[in-house]
Design a protein around this ligand. Structure first.
Ligand code: MIG
Length: 816
C-alpha cells in the first residue's frame, strides 16, 4: 500500500520556486489621507510622506494600505507629515515643496526629483518586489556620480563601483576591500553628481544591499524582508544632506569630556594590580589618559554584571584608587547571558521572560564566551528597562561608561548570529530576527545608555558599541571592531571613519595600533599620530599579540606618543567645540575634503588625509619607513603647523615627515583653540584658553572668526543653559588688525584669570598693540597682561584679563 507520501513534491523532481517579481505598473489612482499621499499602481503602490521642504518618505506597499510604522532609527518628532501642493497633469502628478518638485510619471510610475529650476536631482526608474516581501529599486547614475555614506564599510571613500550588504556581522577577519558587511549597518547612501548631493536612507533593519557596481548606468537599493521604505534627503550640498539625515535619525549626545580623552585597552588586563599599575605608569610617565578598559576577563566566568572574585576581588577599592589618579574604567558587557540556573541575571531573565524566543515559546540558546547563553530581547521596552536597571551594579561602583561588544549579535555557529526564526516582540509588533537583525545591537546600547542615565545622578553616560544601526549615534560611540596591526588597516580607517561621520556617526574610531596581529614601533607611532585626531581615540590590542601601551617600544617612541597624546589634550577645547557642533548640526568632527570642497575634482576620493573640522588638514603617514608624503592642499593658503611654511593651495606638495612629525596644515585665517595640557580631561586646573590665529593680515578684506563653546564637561547642566560661548573676531584694515571678543553666554564660568591670543605666522610684524604694554615672554608666562613677540615662531602673543564684557584691541603693523 502506498500513502500520499509517494507523491511528495521532492520525489517528483527538484522543487522549482519561481520568484515572481512585479512592478507597480502605471499609476491608477491617488488620494490624500491624513497628510499622506497614497499613490496606487496596477500592482501595489507607494505612499509619499513629506516631512519638510527637503525630506520625504516613500513607503512601498503591495495590496493593502501602507503600514507607516517606522523603526527606532527615526525620531518620531521628525516624522510629522506636512501637506504640500500637488498638481495633476495629463501624464504626471507633481508635488511641489519650497525647495524641490517630485514628479511621478503616470504611465511608468517613474519618479523624478528636481530643483525648482528644473535641474534633475534624482530619478528612480523602477521599483519592484517579490511575494516574499523583498524589494528593489533602481536609480539613475551619471558619468560624474560619486557615492558616500553607508557607515562602516571597507575600501575607499567613494563607493562608486562597490556593492555592499547591510547585515551586522562579527568579522574577526578579513577586513578586506571586498568584504560586504561588517558590524554596523547604516543604510544611508549619499549620491553626488553635477555639483549636487542628495541622500537615500533605506529604513530597513533586515538584510539590504546597495549596488553601485553591477548595473552600468544605474545603481540599485534592495532589501530582502518587509517593505521598501526610503527617505529622500535633499542637499544641495553634502553638508545639507548630513544635517537633514541627522535631523531625521538624531545626533550624538555631547559626550562627557573624559570620553574624548585618550583611552587604553587590551584584551585583557587580567587583574586588579595590573590595572592599577597601568594607571600609575601613565601618571608616572606623564602620558595623559582618561580610561582603562576591562575586557572579558574581569568577569566571573564571563557572567555579565559580575567581577571575578580571584582576579578582581575588590572592584570598589580599585575604582576608588583609580579615581584618585583621574582614571576611569569602562567594562565590557556582552548580550549573552550564561545559562546557569544559579546565576541571578539568568534566572530573572527566564522567569520574567526577557530572553529571545521562537514563536513556539522556546528560548533561543547560542554559544558565546560564557558557554551556552540566552539573549535579551531589547525590542521589548520592559526587557530594555530590566537590562538598563541591571547597570546599577556598575554605577553603584562609580562606573560611568560601558563597552557593548558582540551585539550584532555574534554567536559561535555557522550563521554567526541568532537563528532567523527567533522572534522579537517589539512591544506587540512581532518581528522575526531576519527582519530585525540590524537593530539588535543599537537597542542594546539604547537600553544601556538609558539605564546608566537613570542611575548616574545627572552625569553624562558613555557607551561604546560595536554593532549598530541608523540612529546609534544618539546612544553610543562606535569603534570599528577587530582590525589588525597592518599598515593597510591604518590607511583603511580613514575612509571608514570619514564615511561613518557622513552617516551621522560623528563619534567613532578604530583600535589604534591595530587589534589583532603584532604592532611595531613605527606603526604604533604613525597610527597614534593619526588617532589622536580621530573623534574616538583608543589603543586596543588582542590577547597574544605584542604589547602596545605607549611605552612598549622604548624611549624614542614613548616620547613621540607622549607628545601627540598631549597634543590631543591641548587641543581639547577645539575638539570639544567640534563635538558640540556635531551635537547641534550633525556635522562630523573629522571630515573628508569632499565635504568642504565638493567642487574640487581632486578630492572626490581623497582619503589618505582629512580635515579636523573645517580648516585643519591632517595628513598621516601610513606606510613603513617613509619620511615624505604627497599632500593635496585645496584652495586657499595653508600654513604648515610645524614650521610655519606658507603654501598656496589647489596643488600637491611633498611634505617632509620624519617619524616625530605628522604633516598638518592650518588654513590661513583659522583659529585653533588650545587649553592647558592636562593628564586627564577633567583634571582640575585653570581653564586657560589660547586662541591661535593663523596667518593674520593687517589689510582690509582679511577677516577671521571663531565661536568657542564651554561647559562643565560632565553633567547635563548645559541643557539648562549653563554653558559659555565666547566669540572672537579678527578684521584687517590698512596697517591694523582689529581683534575683538565677547561672551554671548556666560552661564558657566570657567576658572581662569586671563585669555591669550596668539597670532601665529602673521603676514606682518607688530609695532604696537594699542593700550597694551610690551612685556617679556617670562612676564607673559607669569600671567601679566601685555603683548610679546615670540621670535622663534614669528608669533605675536597677547594676554588680557578674561573680562565677562569681552574686549577689543588694535594691533598696528610695523611696515606697510
Ligand atoms: O572576538 O572581548 O571586537 O575588541 O577585545 C572576541 C574580547 C570578542 C571582540 C572585540 C574585541 C574584544 C574581544 N571581542
Amino acid at each position: 500500500m502506498e500513502s500520499s507520501e509517494a507523491i511528495r513534491p521532492e520525489k517528483i523532481g527538484p522543487l522549482v520556486i519561481k520568484e515572481t517579481w512585479s512592478t507597480t505598473g502605471s499609476l491608477v489612482s491617488w488620494q490624500c489621507q491624513e497628510n499622506v499621499y497614497i499613490c496606487r499602481g496596477e500592482r501595489g503602490g507607494i505612499a509619499f510622506v513629506f516631512l519638510s521642504d527637503d525630506l520625504f518618505r516613500m513607503k512601498g506597499f503591495r495590496d493593502q494600505a501602507p503600514d507607516l510604522t517606522t523603526t527606532e532609527a527615526v525620531l518620531a518628532e521628525s516624522c510629522i507629515p506636512h501637506l504640500f501642493p500637488v498638481k495633476e497633469a495629463e501624464n504626471q502628478l507633481i508635488f511641489t515643496t519650497g525647495a524641490i518638485r517630485l514628479i511621478i510619471e503616470k504611465t511608468t510610475f517613474l519618479l523624478r526629483v528636481e530643483k525648482l529650476d528644473g535641474t534633475i536631482i534624482m530619478q528612480q526608474n523602477l521599483m519592484s518586489w517579490n511575494p516574499r516581501g523583498a524589494g528593489h529599486a533602481e536609480y539613475d547614475m551619471q558619468p560624474d556620480s560619486h557615492f558616500y555614506g553607508l557607515g562602516e564599510k571597507a575600501s575607499f571613500l567613494d563607493k562608486r563601483g562597490e556593492r555592499y550588504t547591510n547585515w551586522n556581522t562579527d568579522v574577526f577577519a578579513p577586513h578586506l576591500p571586498e568584504i560586504e558587511a561588517l558590524y554596523e549597518s547604516i543604510p544611508l547612501l549619499i549620491h553626488m553628481h553635477g555639483g549636487l548631493s542628495y541622500g537615500l536612507f533605506l529604513d530597513n533593519p533586515g538584510r539590504s544591499d546597495f549596488d553601485m557596481r553591477s548595473h552600468g548606468v544605474a545603481f540599485t537599493i534592495g532589501c530582502s524582508t518587509m517593505a521598501y521604505d526610503v527617505y529622500f534627503i535633499n542637499g544641495p550640498d553634502m553638508k545639507d544632506v548630513v544635517k537633514r539625515y541627522t535631523s531625521l535619525t538624531g545626533r550624538i549626545a555631547l559626550p562627557p569630556k573624559w570620553a574624548i580623552g585618550y583611552h587604553q585597552s587590551r584584551y585583557s588586563y587580567m587583574n586588579q594590580q595590573e590595572v592599577l599599575q597601568l594607571a600609575q605608569t601613565f601618571r608616572d610617565k606623564k602620558i595623559p589618559c582618561d580610561v582603562i578598559y576591562l575586557d572579558i576577563h574581569y568577569m566571573d566566568e564571563y557572567r555579565v554584571f559580575t567581577f571575578d572574585p580571584v582576579n578582581f576581588p575588590e572592584p570598589d577599592k580599585m575604582i576608588a584608587e583609580l579615581g584618585g589618579l583621574g582614571v576611569r574604567i569602562v567594562p565590557i558587557v556582552d548580550p549573552g547571558v550564561k545559562k546557569d540556573p544559579q546565576f541571578e541575571v539568568y534566572k530573572q531573565g527566564v522567569l520574567e521572560k526577557h530572553f529571545c524566543r521562537r514563536l513556539e515559546g522556546d528560548i533561543f540558546f547560542g554559544e558565546v564566551w560564557p558557554g551556552i547563553s540566552a539573549f535579551p530581547d531589547f525590542s521589548d521596552s520592559r526587557t530594555a528597562e530590566w537590562w538598563g536597571g541591571l547597570h546599577k551594579y556598575y554605577t553603584d561602583l562609580g562606573i560611568q561608561g560601558i563597552w557593548n561588544d558582540m551585539n550584532e549579535p555574534a554567536v559561535f555557529n555557522e550563521s554567526k548570529t541568532m537563528d532567523l526564526d527567533v522572534m522579537h516582540s517589539g512591544n506587540g509588533r512581532l518581528l522575526t530576527h531576519e527582519e530585525y537583525h540590524n537593530l539588535y545591537g543599537m537597542m542594546m546600547s539604547k537600553a544601556t545608555y538609558e539605564g546608566l542615565m537613570e542611575h548616574m545622578g545627572g552625569e553624562r553616560p558613555f557607551v561604546l558599541t560595536r554593532a549598530g544601526y541608523a540612529g546609534i549615534q544618539r546612544y553610543a560611540a562606535v569603534w570599528t571592531g577587530d582590525n589588525r596591526s597592518f599598515w593597510e588597516h591604518m590607511a583603511m580607517a580613514m575612509p571608514m571613519v570619514l564615511n561613518m561621520g557622513l552617516s551621522g556617526l560623528a563619534f567613532s574610531g578604530p583600535d589604534i595600533g591595530g587589534f589583532a596581529h603584532h604592532t611595531s614601533a613605527q606603526l604604533l607611532v604613525r597610527w597614534t599620530q593619526m588617532g589622536v585626531f580621530f573623534p574616538y581615540c583608543r589603543n586596543h590590542s588582542s590577547i597574544g599579540t605584542l604589547r602596545q601601551e605607549p611605552w612598549s617600544f622604548g624611549e624614542e617612541v614613548e616620547g613621540i606618543l607622549r607628545e601627540f597624546i598631549g597634543l590631543r589634550y591641548r587641543w581639547m577645547p577645539h575638539l570639544y567645540n567640534l563635538f558640540h557642533e556635531a551635537e547641534m548640526s550633525g556635522l562630523p568632527v573629522i571630515r573628508p575634503l569632499v565635504l568642504e570642497y565638493p567642487r574640487d575634482p581632486h578630492v572626490t576620493n581623497l582619503c589618505d588625509q582629512f580635515l579636523l573640522g573645517e580648516n585643519v588638514l591632517i595628513a598621516p603617514v601610513y606606510r613603513p619607513d617613509t619620511d615624505h608624503r604627497c599632500v593635496y592642499l585645496p584652495e586657499g593658503r595653508w600654513i604648515d603647523y610645524w614650521d610655519g611654511e606658507i603654501h598656496e593651495g589647489s596643488r600637491h606638495i611633498l611634505a617632509a615627515a620624519p617619524l616625530r612629525i605628522m604633516p598638518m596644515y592650518v588654513k590661513a585665517g583659522t583659529f585653533v583653540v588650545e587649553g592647558p595640557l592636562k593628564q586627564y580631561a577633567l583634571e582640575d586646573t585653570e581653564e586657560t584658553l589660547i586662541f591661535h590665529l593663523y596667518g593674520a593680515e593687517a589689510r582690509s578684506g582679511f577677516s577671521a572668526a571663531c565661536t568657542l563653546y564651554e561647559d562643565d564637561g560632565h553633567s547635563f547642566s548645559y541643557k539648562r543653559g549653563q554653558y559659555a560661548e565666547i566669540s572672537v573676531q579678527a578684521a584687517g584694515d590698512e596697517g591694523t588688525l582689529r581683534l575683538s571678543w565677547s561672551y554671548a553666554v556666560r552661564e558657566y564660568v570657567p576658572r581662569r584669570e586671563s585669555l591669550r591670543f596668539t597670532l601665529c605666522y602673521p603676514f606682518f610684524t607688530a609695532a604696537m598693540v594699542e593700550g597694551l604694554a610690551e612685556i617679556s615672554l617670562e612676564q607673559l608666562k607669569e600671567g601679566c597682561s601685555g603683548w610679546a613677540y615670540d621670535g622663534k615662531r614669528g608669533a605675536i602673543i597677547i594676554q588680557v584679563a578674561d573680562d565677562p564684557e569681552g574686549g577689543e584691541l588694535h594691533i598696528r603693523a610695523a611696515e606697510m
